[in-house]
Design a protein around this ligand. Structure first.
Ligand code: HEC
Length: 451
């Protein structure tokens, strides 16, 4: 009942008219559900029915429902299709850094003299520096944040809020578990590995958060295939001209917006932009391209553009350049200041939406630090596994306290969460029960490392 009332309230708040065509599982869009499909009422008025993210009815809440409700109230418009279907599904589990505390494994040691276990990213620098002098500064840019490219992947932004979602692949009406196993190739290597079933979707919903309301500006997705992860990014304005069109349609005629529209439609050469690794030698070779900086907007101009972020249907930016000019390509907008459609410092201009581009960072989830720093041989591994960073199956209270400090440093504190196991979302890997048609390892040259 509460869910139904909440939905009604949302529809009323929207004030939009029109029927509420249901996408239904599988959606009703084009091939990927995101391309316009003539005759689909959602396409002619895709925002008529606001996205309804359920806040109840899950097998397990990773994130408190009240916090999810705040996210849901600021969700963007997503047309019918697979992405909308899973955002509206109670099978989809949402989490943020407060609810699934990020961490990484230290698998080097014997658990007697040399401690092993799960460490929060917010580990006290002293605990690393005691083992590896200066080690913390090599791998972390600040407490809790890895150096680029494994922390701040969106660039040096300070006004972004991220919420993640996880849709466990389903078979016969039930979630397929993430499977895990422990690898002990020698006396000094003890690591938990896991693998997501084919079809699993991870996503992040990105909001500009300048200390007031949240404004959605992007959804990124990774979908597990047998050989990797298929990627997509949904944005309200994949091209510069899409934003120009939307401002004109909304009647934006102030001097600042008129100048912005002229800039967006213009073909002046793009400024040079490059993005490269600062630490982790050999990771993330420098990418060069162009960028278009959008001017800061204030007052009614900002309000108009920010309103468009919530009322314009998000669509795939895969293979679409924001702008090409002067022999350079910008894959996304940049921002010279606040109040516009992307956060300041946003560096996606150099990040094409394609598997090779996105894999440039994701392929290294779970990789041992020794591959980048030979002085950090005796330590641990980058966060994540199976090419996903933010997810892990470990019981939070066994390795981290409410202040982000390490719990149980001196003995192996890795416990697979009983609630995930009870909900059937995680299970020990048994190759006969978890066939290769559903579970296929991604093997890189370092994957089965030993210390
Ligand atoms: C510069 C490195 C880098 C690039 C390039 C990159 N990512 Fe990520 N991605 C990360 C990091 C680091 C995280 C964890 C972010 C956080 O702190 O929440 C992440 C998180 C994610 C997540 C949430 C699940 C997870 O792995 O934790 C999704 C989904 C995602 N990225 C999609 C993409 C897509 C799609 C692309 C390509 C358009 C992409 N990423 C490109 C580094 C990168």
């Amino acid at each position: 009942m509460r869910g139904v009332r909440a939905l009604v309230a949302l529809v009323v708040a929207c004030g939009c008219q029109g029927q509420a065509p249901e996408g239904g599982p599988g959606g009703s869009g084009g091939d990927d559900g995101l391309t316009p499909d003539a005759g689909d009422p959602q396409v002619t008025a895709p925002c008529a029915t606001p996205l309804a993210i359920p806040t109840t009815g899950r097998a397990l809440d990773l994130m408190p429902p009240a916090r999810l409700a705040e996210v849901a109230s600021r969700a963007p418009c997503v047309p019918a299709g697979p992405v909308r279907t899973l955002l509206e599904s109670a099978e989809t589990l949402w989490y943020d850094k407060h609810s699934l505390t990020p961490g990484y494994q230290d698998s080097f040691g014997d658990n007697v003299v040399a401690p092993i276990g799960m460490r929060p990213n917010t580990i006290d620098p002293g605990l690393i520096d005691t083992a590896v002098p200066g080690g913390h500064a090599q791998i972390f840019s600040s407490i809790g944040v890895f150096e680029f490219p494994f922390g701040h992947p969106l660039g040096p932004t300070d006004d972004v809020a991220v919420v993640d979602f996880w849709w466990p692949a389903q078979a016969n009406g039930a979630a397929l578990p993430v499977v895990y196993w422990k690898r002990d190739p020698n006396q000094y290597t003890h690591r938990y590995e896991w693998m997501f079933p084919i079809g699993t979707v991870f996503g992040e919903m990105l909001f500009i958060d300048e200390g007031g309301e949240r404004h959605p500006f992007e959804i990124r997705t990774r979908t597990r295939t047998a050989t990797g992860w298929a990627v997509d990014v949904l944005r309200p304005f994949p091209r510069a001209t899409d934003l120009a069109d939307a401002i004109e349609e909304a009647g934006g005629t102030s001097p600042a917006l008129t100048a912005l529209v002229t800039q967006l439609r213009g073909t002046a050469p793009l400024a040079a932009h490059s993005l490269g690794g600062t630490h982790f030698p050999g990771a993330f070779p420098t990418r060069t391209g162009g960028i278009e900086m959008l001017p800061a907007l204030t007052g009614a101009d900002s309000a108009l553009v920010r309103g468009l972020l919530r009322t314009t249907p998000f669509r795939s930016a895969r293979g679409i350049a924001w702008k090409q000019a002067g022999g350079k390509t910008a894959w996304a907008a940049g921002a010279a200041g606040r109040g516009t459609i992307v956060p300041t410092g946003y560096s996606a201009a150099s990040v094409e939406v394609s598997e090779p581009s996105c894999d440039g960072c994701h392929r290294d989830a779970g990789r041992p630090f020794k591959d980048w720093y030979d002085n950090i041989l005796a330590y641990g591994e980058l966060w994540g596994n199976d090419e996903i960073f933010t997810w892990h199956p470990f019981t939070l209270s066994k390795f981290v306290d409410a202040q982000g400090e390490v719990v149980n440093f001196n003995y192996d504190n890795r416990e697979i969460r009983p609630d995930l196991r009870a909900a059937g979302l995680v299970a020990p890997y048994v190759p006969t029960t978890h066939p290769a048609s559903q579970y296929k390892r991604l093997v890189r040259d370092w994957t089965d490392f030993a210390y």
